[in-house]
Design a protein around this ligand. Sequence first.
Ligand code: BTX
Length: 327
Amino acid sequence: SKTKNHILKLLFKNRNDYISGQKISDEIGCSRTAVWKHIKELENEGYTIASVHKRGYKLIDAPDQLSEAKIYAGLTTKTLGHHLVYQDEIPSTQKKAQHLAEDGAEEGTVVLADEQTSGRGRLGRSWHSPKGTGIWMSLIIRPDIPIHKAPQFTLLTAVAVVKAVKHVTGLDCEIKWPNDILYKGKKFVGILTELQAEAADVKAIIVGIGINVNAAIDDFPEELKDIATSLRAEAGTAFDRAELIQEILKAFEDLYKSYMDEGFGLIKLLWESYAISLGRQIYARTANGTVVQGLAQGINDEGVLLLKDKDGKIHKIYSADIEISSQ
Ligand code: BTX
């Protein structure tokens, strides 16, 4: 209920201190008995709340259950995520966000789910999105830019995720152009950037982010066991998904502002500092099956990968799967 979410938000805000039942009831405008009832309900949902006579309530521990209230409680963004659509189960947050964007959803809308039953990757591939262990979310943004710049948002997103992961877990991960984030060569993040356009202008960009946070490798489907990982598997400890979501949204919003004010420069620099493929021999396989082999030189100002083949010719790679050659 709304009141319960509100109480939860107050508890999160005052995490380091007790907040009196009276204060809660004043702020929310309900009776102290109602507050007490909601606190009991929260305890039944797995929250640990200390309640001390004359001092009030204090949040001790929260279950790693996603909810709107939990995300809102620690959200430090100006607008991103303030309109949050959360569902326990959904076919795909990306699909839902596409519909919402078509219906005019405001910039900064975020769709989040605890489980996706048909998560999508690029080129019709699927994205494994089991219940309760990952972050499956799609952001709707409406930058006033020409469509050829939209792929830059894949790179912006990757930088935001790398920064947030470092902040919350301490792990240094790497970006593989264009949209994978790896830890020690194994993928734990996928990014899918889609576009709604009118003539040559962007109407909306839908940024899908999938992150394996607390999944155990043993629970991965067979085909992912050798190529995929999760933050918990790498760090040996579980993480609070809500905290990671809050950090990603904050990092994204900051980079987005930098992008709109000053262009792609800062993001390009950061991206290159996290990229593994640069300066190495790679194979790029494009959607029509062509393979280009060459030295990854860098990205240009549009986020396009530049490959130098053995004859010294520079190829612009707009979209491809890349493989890093071992030699
Ligand atoms: P991609 O096409 O680059 O990667 C898809 C490939 O990654 C799959 O073919 C498979 O080999 C591998 N894979 C599938 N699931 C996982 C996983 N959980 N962890 C690691 N590897 C995996 C990447 O596409 C873009 C994925 C975006 C997912 C988000 S989740 C929120 C939003 N909603 C939605 O439906 N998609 C996006």
